[in-house]
Design a protein around this ligand. Structure first.
Ligand SMILES: O=C(O)c1ccc[n+]([C@@H]2O[C@H](COP(=O)([O-])O)[C@@H](O)[C@H]2O)c1
Ligand SMILES: Cc1cc2nc[nH]c2cc1C
Length: 361
């Protein structure tokens, strides 16, 4: 079996008996039932995913930022030059990006993975050189990647997850860097959810109305060129999912999909960042539907397609602060919330143990 097949085969859905135990325990804790709102669902879901209640503390956390470039950049879908991808990789490695600041704040490690930037990078501490290609081909005129490239990038993500977990990570956080990657994200969301290009496509790093119209048209052409016009039907099965990922995804999307699968296979929770992670998670879910049980949506990005992706996955975002940065920043912000949700299950007394009287009616 390939690492991808092995990983997919190792992914189990949440354990229903553990979910029930966790829910019952949650109800005995010294607080009104439901008073912790969405955090109660997080704690119960993570217990089910881990196969034990309470779930292990999701700490320490490891952020992996997967970087890649995009042939569709040539279509004028972003105001930023392509070399910013490589330059930001340097910034992450020097500790100067927002992701570094947020990671320091929440105590997460940062690993940067070159899965497909257009330039050659020198060895540097914290950099994994795993280049599959020097960027993708232009998805507006045909497949962005070959199937072999998509699989190789999936393997990069799986191996990165494995290595971080072996080093002690108990929570994975997805990060991305790739100028023009919100175009590929929108195309993936259209293909996997049936959302229209008008609805799924947003302003990314910040574009004017004329550029937005061009970007929508590029997404429409990408779907047509790859035989993926939006329908209300999700492409069925792993083979179709892989085909969609290769056709309109990016190398970092494929690696993030592998990273999510790798975490789920080890029963380590994965906090998803923004629209790039959301669209990559759609591909991961096409390859292994149970993967969703191991994911927490860290936040909802301002990019409109992200809502469609999360709705399709059935995930509720924890934070909604109109962020649209990527890098893993929204996932990092959510990490203390996820830890707090799980810690309640470990630390909070039950009504019985604390001698607190339960409500009467
Ligand atoms: O995470 C998000 O939801 C998000 C939304 C908008 C932009 N980004 C980041 O901005 C870059 C892509 O934006 P663009 O406009 O070049 O497609 C890429 O590096 C992403 O990490 C990320
Ligand atoms: C400066 C800059 C930083 C980023 N981080 C993630 N995407 C980005 C895009 C730009 C342009």
């Amino acid at each position: 079996m390939s690492p991808l097949e092995e990983t997919v085969a190792a992914i189990s859905p949440a354990d229903p008996a553990v979910l029930a135990d966790a829910r019952a325990h949650q109800e005995r804790l010294t607080k009104p039932r439901g008073a912790l709102g969405v955090l109660e669902d997080v704690a119960v879901r993570l217990a089910g995913a881990a196969g034990r209640s309470p779930a292990p503390m999701p700490s320490p956390a490891a952020l992996a930022i997967f970087a890649g470039d995009h042939g569709v950049h040539a279509q004028g879908v972003t105001p930023w030059p392509q070399e910013v991808t490589t330059q930001m990789v340097g910034n992450f490695l020097a500790g100067g990006a927002v992701a570094n600041a947020f990671a320091a704040q929440v105590g997460a490690s940062v690993t940067v993975v070159d899965v497909g930037v257009a330039a050659d990078l020198d060895d540097a501490p914290g950099l994994l050189r795993r280049k599959v290609a020097y960027g993708t081909a232009d998805l507006a005129s045909g497949p962005a990647m070959t199937t072999a490239q998509a699989v190789a990038a999936l393997h990069v993500g799986i191996e990165t997850a494995r290595a971080l977990i072996e080093d002690g990570a108990r929570c994975l956080i997805t990060g991305d860097m790739g100028i023009a990657n919100t175009t590929a994200s929108a195309a993936l969301i259209c293909a996997f959810t049936g959302t229209s290009p008008e609805e799924a496509t947003g302003r990314g790093t910040g574009i004017d109305d004329e550029t937005l119209q061009r970007k929508i048209d590029v997404v429409r052409r990408a779907l047509a060129a790859n035989g993926l016009e939006p329908t209300s039907h999700e492409p069925a099965g792993a083979a179709a999912g892989l085909r969609v990922l290769a056709a309109v995804g990016g190398l970092e999307h494929a690696a993030i999909a592998g990273f999510i699968l790798g975490g789920a296979a080890a029963r380590v929770p994965v906090i998803l960042d923004g629209v790039i992670a959301g669209s990559a998670a759609l591909a991961a879910a096409a390859l292994a539907p149970a993967v969703v049980d191991h994911c927490v949506a860290g936040h909802r990005s301002a990019e409109p397609g992200h809502r469609a992706a999360l709705d399709h996955l059935g995930l509720r975002p924890l934070v909604d602060l109109e962020l649209r940065l990527g890098e893993g920043t929204g996932g990092l912000l959510a990490h203390p919330l996820v830890c707090s949700a799980v810690r309640v299950m470990h630390d909070v007394a039950t009504f019985d143990a604390a001698g607190v009287t339960e409500k009467e009616i």
